[in-house]
Ligand binder design. Structure first.
Ligand SMILES: [Zn+2]
Length: 247
């Protein structure tokens, strides 16, 4: 007898498999990132096909096959329609999913990371969410959840407290550099004091705090650029969906 698994997951990727089947990449609460085979989905079998759309939050019933889990039951919890009806938000969601499918190891449980991701998606699904801030929030904190937390409190060069007015960011060393260390580092990027403040606030992981963030319009752009490069540096490859982000 095959063991049955019940879990909740978000569909972060999808590809064809053979004539009629699909392989879904699902980030689940209890099993981590898994590959799930959905048999006969292209034949639009039953109403299960509609529940197993990209981005959906679903309750899944699975059995374990030889190379994949196989879905035997699916029930929609949330389709995140506010995101799907907004072109820009859809692009952001795609980007998040690409990051997750590349950064998460398969079959490794990440319960806290799952809860974190779901809270970000729920926020993105709200009408008035700040897309740029939320993207930065996701990027910095996903890294932090998986053990790559960038350092923004002390200089990653001399380990002194950060003071002064001029800062740099080093992807190589994973954090902020003071003026004197930064000027000796050819590869470090210049960072404004307000950007450093924003990074610190974001790493506090409080989504509610973000609603009260007020800042000059060019700050998210600056932080976004640095984070994007930093993520790619850690992943060791380019993120294709970054082009969908318009800020
Ligand atoms: Zn220093």
């Amino acid at each position: 007898m095959n063991q049955n698994y019940k879990t909740t997951g978000i569909i972060i990727g999808k590809r064809d498999f053979g004539e009629a089947d699909k392989i879904l990449i699902v980030f689940t609460q209890d099993l981590g990132k898994i590959q799930v085979k959905a048999i006969g989905l292209k034949r639009a079998l039953a109403k299960m096909a509609g529940h197993l759309e990209m981005f959906n939050l679903v309750k899944l019933e699975l059995i374990k096959g030889r190379s994949f889990y196989i879905v035997i039951g699916a029930e929609l919890i949330d389709g995140f329609t506010e995101i799907k009806n907004d072109f820009e938000k859809t692009g952001i969601y795609y980007y998040f999913c690409e990051v997750l499918s590349k950064i998460l190891e398969e079959n490794v449980r990440h319960k806290n990371t799952f809860a974190f991701f779901l809270s970000v998606i729920n926020k993105l699904n709200q009408k008035d969410s700040n897309k740029a801030i939320l993207t930065i929030f996701f990027e910095l904190n996903i890294l932090s959840h998986l053990g790559f937390k960038p350092e923004f409190l002390v200089c990653v060069g001399c380990r002194e407290d950060i003071g002064g007015h001029k800062f740099f960011f080093s992807q190589e060393r994973g954090g902020v550099l003071c003026e004197s260390c930064g000027e000796q580092d050819f590869f470090a990027d210049l960072l404004t004091p307000n950007a450093v403040k924003l990074m610190r606030l974001i790493l506090a992981r409080d989504l509610n705090l973000l609603d009260r963030v007020k800042m000059e319009p060019d700050i998210p752009g600056e932080v976004k650029k640095i984070n994007g490069f930093f993520l790619e540096h850690i992943l060791g490859r380019e993120l294709k969906s970054k082009q969908f982000l318009n800020f």
